[in-house]
Write a protein that binds this ligand. Structure first.
Ligand code: TXA
Ligand code: MG
Length: 312
């Protein structure tokens, strides 16, 4: 896209958001459905368009730690954690206690006394935050559908109801941020994501606990990322009408797509949601997915595909 066109799109998004509207913006993880986080009328439009339950709070996006300090109680230790990951452009969301007298819409926090905060590294997202202020943004897909990693996915997920979209091209990470709860005594991972457990262990010098299905992140419902047909993991036989999403060099030749022919998990993460959108459009009876190792980004990939495979 030309620089002029990009500037026009960003200006339009800034205008929409500053006037209480919503629009989709690119981040390095997935596209977000953005609103001014301090404007409850605007935030309500996110829940309505996504058909998202209002008990499921939103992440507030900032462009600096100083901006987060205005509404979150961040100890100096927690500031060090944020700087470590955010300065490396790693997609970490942290959950912290809210301050008194903060300006965030109670709809964005779903009435909790904690708040999820993230600094995206995508230059368009940062530019928009710098010009509009705090941005609440869930992934820009219908609730329970596949997360979007391109402008086209946002259009596909919302159809005729699609919002204005700033097209920043495909997302580089391709999986949502890792969510780390810093609001209790011991840090705990609420959602595996673009920051690997190995990255976290290197910082914390010990393995962190991972939240169980008894959910602390209210959005971690089992059924999610659904491509509208059964998804089968580690399938042994392929039946007529099935299509196979492969991974790695040992993938059978009949596979329709391969997340990474060389078995590279970073590449597979980037390609995952795009592959699910492509396969969904083929309207198969079932989507079978080859085994993916449970290391590095494989942990977050397996989390997403097991939710895509869930019936609950
Ligand atoms: O990469 C991302 O995180 C993307 C981009 C757009 O930034 N956003 C995203 O938002 O994935 P969403 O709404 O699809 O997922 C946010 C998750 C939900 O599971 C929600 O329940 C959880 O964060 N969450 C939000 N606030 C929370 C809080 N105070 N405590 C625990 N979990 C929280
Ligand atoms: Mg989401």
């Amino acid at each position: 896209m030309s620089q002029n066109k990009k500037v026009t799109q960003i200006n339009k998004a800034v205008h929409i958001l500053s006037s209480g509207g919503i629009c989709a913006i690119p981040t390095e993880t997935v596209y977000g459905l953005a609103a001014d986080a301090t404007n409850s009328d605007a935030v309500a439009k996110i829940y309505a368009l996504k058909n998202r339950p209002t008990f499921n709070p939103l992440i507030v996006h900032v462009s600096s730690i100083d901006q987060a300090i205005e509404f979150a109680q961040i100890s100096t230790d927690h500031q060090t954690i944020c700087s470590y990951f955010w300065d490396k452009n790693l997609p970490l969301t942290v959950v912290m206690p809210l301050r008194d007298n903060h300006k965030i819409s109670p709809l964005a926090t779903a009435g909790l006394n904690t708040i999820a905060v993230r600094k995206p590294s995508h230059p368009i997202a940062l530019d928009i935050i710098n010009r509009v202020g705090l941005i609440a943004a869930p992934s820009a897909n219908q609730s329970k559908h596949i997360s979007p990693t391109s402008a086209d996915h946002v259009r596909k997920s919302f159809g005729d109801n699609a919002p204005y979209i700033v097209d920043g091209g495909p997302c580089t990470v391709g999986l949502e941020s890792t969510i780390l709860d810093l609001s209790s005594a011991k840090p705990c991972v609420l959602r595996a994501g673009g920051v690997t457990t190995e990255d976290l262990d290197t910082y914390f010098k010990m393995p962190l606990s991972i939240a169980s299905e008894t959910i602390k992140a209210p959005g971690m419902m089992k059924k999610h990322y659904s491509p509208g047909c059964p998804v089968i993991l580690n399938a042994k036989t392929i039946k007529p009408g099935d299509i196979l999403l492969g991974f790695g060099p040992n993938t059978p030749e009949c596979a329709t797509l391969n997340l990474s022919p060389t078995g590279n998990l970073t590449e597979a993460a980037t390609n995952l949601f795009d592959a699910l959108y492509k396969l969904e459009a083929m309207k198969p009876n079932r989507i079978l997915i080859s085994p993916i190792p449970m290391i590095g980004l494989g942990i977050a990939i397996n989390d997403r595909i097991s939710r895509a495979a869930s019936h609950d």
